[in-house]
Design a protein around this ligand. Structure first.
Ligand code: SF4
Length: 340
C-alpha cells in the first residue's frame, strides 16, 4: 500500500518518471548495466599479504605484503582525477596494514587524509579492512571525515565462533570483533558496514553455525557476501579434520543468504522516502544496445561498485554526476528514485 502511494505521488509530480518500466528493468537480469564506469577507479595501495588465514591461498601466490609509496598513490589519484575519475575504490589484499612494511607503522589514515585533498575526487571508498589492524587513528579519520571519505567500511569477518576463528587463524576473536564493531557504529555517523562470511568451514557444528546466524542477526550488516566454504589446494584448511558435507554447507549457505537478503531488503526499504546523493554510472541499456531514455543506473555511498545493490533513477542526469534523488521504492534490495 505504502509503495503504491509513493509511486503515485512520484508519477503525478514528474512526467519523466516511468516507474512501471523501471520495475521491469530492476527485475530483468538480461539488461546490461555498466559494471565499471569510467568515473570509477580501483586504486591498489598494496599487494601480497602477511596474514596467514588458513583457508586462503593468496599469501602463497602473491607473496609478502608490499605497500605502494604514499606519494605514488597520491600522484596516481591526481592523474585519475584529471581523467575524470570521481570515485576512488581503495583496494589491497588487506588495506589496514598499509604502510607497515615501508614506514614501520600503518599509514592508512594519513593516506586517506591526503587523498581527500585531491581535486576532482568526490568519493573515496575503503575495501578489505582487516579487523585486527583497524586502530584508533583510522577510526578517528572516518569519524572526522569530510564529504569525500565515505562512511562505508568493508570489513571481512569470516565467522563469529571462536573455535572456527582460531582454526581460520584470523588472529582475532568474537569479543575483539564485537568491541570494534561497537566502536565503529557508535563513532561513525551513518556508517554502512559490509562484511564477508564463510559457512561450512571444517569443524563447524550446527551450534557454531547457529552462533554465526545469531551474530548476523545481532549486527545486521548493511551488506554482506556469504560464501560456502570450498577447499583451496595447498591451504592449511584443506588439511583440517571435520570437513562438513557439501549438502550441509549448501543448506547453511542458503539459510544465511536468505537472512542477509531480508536484512538488506529492510535496509533498502528504510531508505525510501529519503533524498540521497546518487552517482550516475550510466544509462540502462536494452538488449539491442540502445539506452533507455532518461533511465539511469547509479549508486549511493552505501553501494560499492559490482558487489552492492543499485539505484535505478529516472530524470535528466549526466553520467558521472552525483545528483540528489528522491527514493520512491525499493525492490530486491535495489532502490528506485527520481532525480530531484
Ligand atoms: S583472507 Fe585476506 S587477510 Fe587472510 S590471508 Fe587471504 S588475503 Fe590475507
Amino acid at each position: 500500500q505504502e509503495r503504491r502511494s509513493q509511486e503515485g505521488q512520484c508519477q503525478e509530480g514528474r512526467p519523466l518518471a516511468r516507474l512501471e518500466s523501471i520495475e521491469r528493468l530492476v527485475l530483468d537480469d538480461t539488461l546490461r548495466q555498466p559494471l565499471t564506469a569510467p568515473h570509477v577507479a580501483y586504486l591498489k595501495i598494496a599487494d601480497g599479504c602477511d596474514r596467514l588465514c588458513s583457508f586462503c591461498a593468496i599469501p602463497a601466490i602473491r607473496g609478502r605484503f608490499v605497500s605502494k609509496p604514499l606519494e605514488t598513490i597520491v600522484g596516481e589519484a591526481r592523474k585519475l582525477a584529471e581523467n575524470g575519475v570521481k570515485e576512488l575504490v581503495l583496494i589491497a589484499q588487506e588495506t589496514t596494514f598499509y604502510g607497515s612494511d615501508l614506514y614501520g607503522k600503518p599509514r592508512l589514515a594519513e593516506l586517506l587524509e591526503r587523498l581527500e585533498t585531491v581535486a576532482g575526487i568526490r568519493w573515496i571508498r575503503l575495501m578489505y579492512a582487516y579487523p585486527l589492524f583497524f586502530g584508533d587513528e583510522l577510526l578517528e579519520r572516518f569519524a572526522a571525515a569530510g564529504t569525500k571519505l565515505l562512511p562505508y567500511i568493508d570489513m571481512p569477518l569470516q565467522h563469529a565462533n571462536d573455535t572456527i576463528l582460531k582454526r581460520m587463524r584470523r588472529g582475532i576473536d568474537r569479543a575483539g570483533m564485537e568491541a570494534l564493531l561497537e566502536r565503529l557504529r557508535s563513532n561513525i555517523p551513518n556508517l554502512v558496514l559490509r562484511t564477508s562470511l564463510i559457512v561450512g568451514f571444517p569443524g563447524e557444528t550446527e551450534a557454531m553455525f547457529d552462533e554465526l546466524v545469531a551474530f548476523v542477526k545481532r549486527w545486521r550488516f548493511d551488506r554482506a557476501g556469504i560464501f560456502p566454504f570450498s577447499s583451496e589446494a595447498g591451504t592449511v584448511a584443506a588439511r583440517l579434520d571435520g570437513h562438513v558435507p557439501q549438502s550441509v554447507i549448501d543448506l547453511r549457505f542458503r539459510k544465511l543468504q536468505n537472512l542477509q537478503r531480508r536484512i538488506m531488503n529492510r535496509f533498502a526499504a528504510a531508505r525510501t522516502g529519503k533524498t540521497l546523493d546518487v552517482l550516475i554510472d550510466g544509462p540502462v541499456v536494452e538488449d539491442d544496445g540502445n539506452p533507455v531514455e532518461n533511465v539511469f543506473v547509479g549508486r549511493t555511498y552505501a553501494d560499492a561498485p559490482e558487489v552492492d545493490p543499485l539505484v535505478y533513477v529516472t530524470g535528466h542526469a549526466e553520467v558521472g554526476a552525483i545528483v540528489p534523488c528522491e527514493i520512491v521504492d525499493a525492490r530486491d534490495g535495489n532502490l528506485i528514485g527520481v532525480v530531484s
